[in-house]
Design a protein around this ligand. Sequence first.
Ligand code: DON
Length: 313
Amino acid sequence: MTTTDMQATPDYAAILETICAEVQPLLSQGKVASYIPQLSRVSGYHFGMAVYCLDGQTFAIGDAHQKFSLQSVTKLFALALAFSREGDSIWHRVGREPSGNPFNSLVQLEYEKGKPRNPFINAGALVMTDILSSRFVQSDIAVLQFARLIADENCIDFDLAVAQSERETAHRNYAIAHLMKDFGNLHNPVKTVIDSYCRQCSITMTCAELAKAGGFLAQHGTIPWSGAQILDASSAKRLNALMLTCGTYDAAGDFAYRVGLPAKSGVGGGILALVPGELAVAVWSPGLDHTGNSLAGTYALERFTTLTSRSIF
Ligand code: DON
């Protein structure tokens, strides 16, 4: 295959059909997250996928128009919002290295003196919530408004039952927040930060909305349909780099090997991935693998980059 062949526009509709058929046997193999009781009520048999091309074309398949809990995918929105407002000063309080530990681990935080490895593990996300809580009246509302802006959709909202369910079981996140407070890396009250974080994680979107929301990161920081600049191109490049190295928990290395795209996942089973300069793609399937990433979703993205010959490598 020549370089020219590889760059021809793929038949996205046909490719999504193929992927949707291929993932069916995998849907029974993942495990729906149960540590937030409300999340365990979702069937593991859902699969949806949507592609938002920067020229405005959208392709969708399966449950691509059904809402799901974004969970940690919202950490990307919180980071983008904090980075756009505070710039490089955020790096005094959070690092930019993969943690090599589960997303909710406390161990590293103790010996690294309360500075989280990156903004996508829970500790780092709680620091982002803290930064936004100092800047806005309510961090979760600021993130929700940001999500509505980048998805061009005003009906995006919290799922308050999921937020409540997470708050009731958030012992580990409380422990992380208290430890950081002790190290001086949390400026607002622990309860304020945890409440906002749980509401933020409960935001729901469809795959079609999420793919569109990723448009500005695929288009170097600028919203494709309005031309509004959220981040400068250099900052967008940096967030893409963080997604690649830290966006899929402790499995970022394997994900880069298999999929080859910057991505952010959540325990609701959603994954947003980007082909910079070309498109954003969102996938949802609630059954997770042992690393906490959507099992069918990761496979779908692996097939997507193979069948379209798209990857950043
Ligand atoms: O903090 C939690 O446990 C969830 N609300 C979010 C977890 C998630 O999606 C994975 N985090 N990186």
